[in-house]
Design a protein. Sequence first.
Length: 473
Amino acid sequence: MSVFYDRFDRHAQGEGLKGHSTHYCPGCGHGVVHRDLAEAIESLGIQDRTVLVSPVGCSVFAYYYFDVGNTQAAHGRAPAVAIGHKLANPDSIVICYQGDGDLASIGLAETISTAQMGLPITVVFINNAIYGMTGGQLAPTSLMGQKTVTSPDGRSQMMGQPLRVAEIIAQLDGPVYVERVALYDPKQRTRARKAIEKAIRIQKEGRGYAFVEVLAECPTHLKLSPEETEEWVKREMEPIYPLGVKKDLTVEPWWDRQPPNFEPEKVLALIGADPDEVPRHAKGFPTYLGGTDISFKLAGAGGDGAQTAALLLARAAIDEGFDATHIPSYGPESRGGTSYADVHLAQHEVLNPAAPNPHVLIAFNSPSLAKFASTVREGGLILYDSTVIEQLPPMPPGRRVIGAPFTAIASNLQRPMVKNIVALGALQAATGLFPPETFLATMKVILKEKPALLSLNEAAFAAGIRHATEVSA
């Protein structure tokens, strides 16, 4: 099976000559590297294991061409996405294919951090000394004196020196192989093909992180012919970016990691709980709330306890034998700033931890309600603190809206800080998500080192249930 698709559907729905043409400009180096990459994948017999991470840049449409696993990453974030793929599926061959603007500018922090980790990942870095896709702006790799749309008089000292990425990566402890190659003549193209195959083979053998920088041509923004551009790369770029191997360590294979385990017993052990001691009270997963994966957003000001409530909610689901995730988002202040959490509870496995359109919103203040109410999906629940939200903004139709005085109830218990536990009680009563015993058992485990606080939290939870039950009746 060819590593390239038989037809490239991006053009004319894959019909005719355009269905066999890439979007690259004539003379662009990307096409040559694509060929070399495909040949390496095929010769190593890894097509069914390969995941290609495409960036934002000229190669943004690589997934139209390569018949492998493909992921499109946000600008500069390909290394972070690659880490996720490699850790989630250790047998995969993960290849980051990035340009100089993507890798060396907005993604430089991710590039350095990932390289230093040293995971067996292969990075193919296309250095054409320009931001190609977005109009020809100055890139970190643009040469001194080089004219671009953002340096019309040429790159000056005030704009900094060109960034030699291969040398930077080679100095780190994590990488085992770093080489810079070029494409301007047959000899260099042969070296480039061998370097790319070696970098992937190193990953296949589980030896570590490999990085290949390719000096590539961009005739369009240099305003030269393909032949003139090849000569420009040789004459102008190579003295600044010397070719050759920058690092080549002989190391034994070490990567033999098992895929992550989502069994509840394993997860409970990781957070310090004994699965045998965790009682289960739910008769099954509450699919009536939204299927086999239910999403929540808990939002308020810093200090409202949204994050703690989110952790309790996720932990309660895990205690019942289900999968759960909690993704926090904090404002700039530890107290008084915005804070929200996305929580997913899944019958089997959470596939996406974000909750842009939650089934349930718990809002602790007015800004949170105004910001997130419209994101709650139709048929969902909006639960808010009626103590601090006295006047509701326009609510989207088709959602159940319940107000409960979280803060007032907690203040009556002499501890305003437990308003988040009041909110969980109200959530239980309003949805029947899990039996009350589920949450109480989880609180006992979490507060086992602070037994004096247990009765207070139990009272707050019960008060939230009572109030929500009265409102719903």
